[in-house]
Design a protein around this ligand. Structure first.
Ligand SMILES: Nc1nc2c(ncn2[C@@H]2O[C@H](COP(=O)(O)OP(=O)(O)OP(=O)(O)O)[C@@H](O)[C@H]2O)c(=O)[nH]1
Ligand SMILES: [Mg+2]
Length: 312
């Protein structure tokens, strides 16, 4: 599978494999629409219905379909297959329009990554995957167990840390998450001589207000210790949650400056269209996708690979 992305063949294969349900289902049907003889109003209506069904979201669907219809008209496109090629191009363009340089791999003394998201979204697993991915790229990683709200969260992160051979800095359940972050950054700078700190945070507190205040505090602590930290704030979303994931994302985005999305459980959905809603409605790039339950099931997102894999 060579789509020509810069992220490598293994990466492409993982994205492709994780989209098998989506490809076999709704996007297979989208492809089928373009086997018609001509572009008709019915085609546009069916396309709209399928994209909404695929979790692309009404606003984003309307934009994509209106744009395509206008292009077909203004460019005098007659062949349905040309319209199909244009749809794919528009989809790639939409995803690329929110792309920007990733800070994660920029050379600096210490990179601090804050990971946020509601409980159950796949946050802890995604953190372990990201740590493992970075480790395989030669980075020394320290994990900060700053979800102190639930004892199980600390244990779970420690288990992952053991499994992938990455140090976890943790305090007791109920401890101040800010203190955990402070210690983790110090340990990374001093005893551990690490390149990257990845911070796990609570997904739920007594109130949403408390949660957002806590994230703000953690952010402030990191910023005082390390120049321009946190360098990335990744929001983990569950792809199987569709429009609900987008709704959650908006709530987080209003409080913290998310720099990218990690879309977990892409393999678990037959829809996959939420990626377009994230780009269009959040204006934030998807950076990584979770493609299964093992620590290796993780890929760097690439717009072209993603769009090609929806159909082919
Ligand atoms: N198939 C699949 N399952 C995943 C993926 N990522 C996470 N999971 C599963 O989703 C479940 C929840 O993942 P966690 O990482 O524990 O999620 P969390 O957000 O930390 O949830 P809490 O338990 O509330 O802390 C687990 O059973 C994971 O194995 C993925 O990319 N694909
Ligand atoms: Mg967790």
């Amino acid at each position: 599978m060579i789509f020509g992305s810069k992220k490598g063949e293994k990466n492409e294969e993982q994205i492709h494999r994780s989209l098998s349900k989506t490809r076999g289902g709704i996007f297979g049907a989208v492809k089928g629409l373009f086997q018609a003889n001509e572009t008709t109003d019915e085609l546009w209506e069916d396309l709209e219905a399928l994209l909404v069904q695929a979790d692309v979201g009404i606003n984003t669907t309307t934009k994509l379909v209106d744009r395509l219809r206008d292009q077909v008209k203004s460019q005098g496109i007659k062949k349905v297959e040309d319209a199909y090629a244009l749809l794919k191009m528009d989809m790639v363009e939409l995803l690329e329009s929110v792309d920007r340089p990733m800070e994660l791999w920029e050379p600096r003394l210490l990179t601090v990554v804050l990971v946020v998201g509601v409980n159950g979204s796949g946050k802890t697993t995604s953190i372990a995957k990201l740590a493992y991915y970075a480790k395989n790229r030669g980075k020394k990683v320290v994990l900060a167990a700053a979800d102190t709200f639930r004892a199980a969260a600390i244990d779970q992160l420690k288990i992952w840390g053991d499994r992938i051979g990455v140090d976890v800095i943790a305090h007791q359940p109920g401890a101040d998450p800010g203190a955990v972050v402070y210690d983790a950054i110090r340990a990374a700078q001093e005893s551990r001589k690490a390149d990257m700190v990845i911070i796990d945070t609570a997904g739920r507190l007594h109130t949403k207000y408390n949660l957002m205040k806590e994230l703000e505090k953690i952010r402030g602590i990191a910023a005082k210790q390390v120049h321009k930290a946190p360098h990335e704030i990744f929001l983990v979303l569950d792809a199987t949650n569709g429009q609900n994931a987008l709704f959650q994302a908006k709530a987080f985005k209003n409080s913290v400056d998310i720099t990218g999305v990690i879309l977990a459980k892409l393999d678990g959905t037959a829809k996959g269209g939420v990626v377009f809603g994230i780009a269009e409605e959040l204006g934030v790039p998807v950076r990584f996708v979770g493609t299964g339950e093992t620590v290796e099931d993780f890929a760097e997102f690439d717009p072209r690979t993603f769009v090609e894999s929806l159909f082919e």
